[in-house]
Design a protein around this ligand. Structure first.
Ligand code: RB5
Length: 150
């Protein structure tokens, strides 16, 4: 499975470590930047990943900024994107099982590498449970159709 990853400067260090970690788990990663700690604008990197997930070009995305908040806001502007800002392993699993989140977002100034690795692994390995949760996602899609003109 192809996973697109990106960060701003606030998430750069964590993203760099997680690109290596996700590859070691056996997943193919497309690293869309940023590539150093120079100041950049998180919407530029958030939309690079969200666009690929929204279009179906990649199945999953991982975004990291300082808090994860800015990346979450921009990613959830894209049709079909369900971006989840997570800082606990339980929430990472639930983000897949209940919400079928296709983008995982974390704060590079909030979670340390060890916890972030556990979060990423839990999220990548969990499966959407469907059933009653699917009905709720369909309601979110209806909201998108009404408000995003898709
Ligand atoms: C950059 O300083 C910071 O604002 C950004 O990384 C992020 O936390 C925004 O939500």
């Amino acid at each position: 499975m192809l996973t697109a990853m990106a960060s701003d400067h606030g998430g750069f260090r964590l993203k760099a470590d997680l690109v290596t970690f996700v590859r070691e788990l056996g997943y193919e990663v497309e690293d869309l930047g940023c590539f150093d700690e120079n100041t950049v604008d998180y919407p530029d990197f958030g939309q690079a990943v969200a666009q690929k997930v929204s279009s179906g070009e990649v199945e999953r995305g991982i975004l990291i900024c300082g808090t994860g908040i800015g990346m979450s806001i921009v990613a959830n502007k894209f049709p079909g994107v369900r971006a989840a800002l997570v800082s606990h392993v339980y929430a990472a699993r639930m983000a897949r099982e209940h919400n079928n989140a296709n983008i995982l977002v974390m704060g590079g100034r909030i979670v340390g590498l060890g916890l972030a690795q556990e979060i990423v692994k839990a999220w990548l390995e969990a499966e959407f449970q469907g059933g009653r949760h699917l009905k709720r996602l369909e309601k979110i899609e209806a909201v998108e159709r009404r408000n995003f003109r898709v």
